[in-house]
Design a protein around this ligand. Structure first.
Ligand SMILES: [Zn+2]
Length: 238
């Protein structure tokens, strides 16, 4: 009885909140029903999904890393260039209702990724660390929040196994080679952080050239990790 009353109260206050603070779909900007978060039904259905979870073979996202280093599998939820909706989402994650949306996208990523056998042995999620200054100005690490949303659906721990080694200040004054070296040295693996795990999933918001994810993976191998490394992002550029 008590819980029924509580539920009624929650529904009532939820309705009241929506009445006072209406929320809008971030794609079409129509007002949202109170049971919706971030997207209306149509816009969520019409996002440009990759459907990578339906592939049993490699995709072009896997091929990004061929000849560079050993990556087990690569997942991405959405296509990037084809869809302004994807850009809108990434922009919101960075600048607007970031935390809630990043978490929501992480969950959405998990619901699809879990349908693929290729990711069934993953036992830990590692977010890309952000530059401490950027994180400070935004108030959160978006990859970390995406990872936490994902962990709720695939039931794996998030471990902040990577950290940034050096600040890349005054990059613009450096030559291309120096910049490359600088980027290459960005990440390192915390000692023993992944000792109990066999298959790591590194998470970031977007996969374009793959260099950030490559350096993160390299840091994990160079830190002595003997298991498999896979990658997952909200969006992939095609
Ligand atoms: Zn909409």
């Amino acid at each position: 009885m008590k819980s029924h009353l509580l539920q009624l109260f929650n529904e009532y206050s939820d309705g009241l909140r929506t009445l006072v603070f209406p929320r809008y779909c971030i794609i079409c900007e129509d007002e949202l029903n109170r049971n919706r978060e971030h997207f209306c039904v149509q816009c969520e259905a019409n996002l440009h999904y990759t459907y990578f979870e339906k592939y049993s073979d490699y995709t072009f996202a896997d091929q990004v890393f061929w000849g560079r280093l050993k990556i087990e599998h690569v997942f991405a939820l959405l296509y990037y260039e084809k869809a302004t909706s994807t850009r809108e989402i990434l922009h919101h994650i960075k600048y607007n209702e970031g935390i809630d949306l990043a978490n929501y996208m992480g969950k959405m990523m998990g619901e699809r990724l879990i349908q693929s056998d290729r990711f069934s042995t993953i036992d830990v999620i590692v977010p890309i660390p952000v530059h401490s200054k950027k994180e400070f100005s935004r108030g959160y690490n978006q990859s970390q929040i995406i990872a936490e949303g994902l962990s709720e659906t695939i039931d794996c721990h998030v471990v902040e196994a990577l950290y940034r080694k050096s600040h890349d200040e005054s990059q613009t004054r450096k030559s291309k080679d120096e910049r490359f070296k600088n980027v290459k040295d960005k990440f390192a693996l915390r000692p023993n952080a992944l000792d109990d795990y066999q298959h790591v999933l590194i998470v970031d918001d977007v996969l374009t050239t793959g260099s950030t994810l490559e350096f993160a993976s390299r840091a994990i191998y160079e830190g002595g990790f003997q298991g498999k490394v896979s990658l997952s992002t909200i969006a992939v550029a095609h």
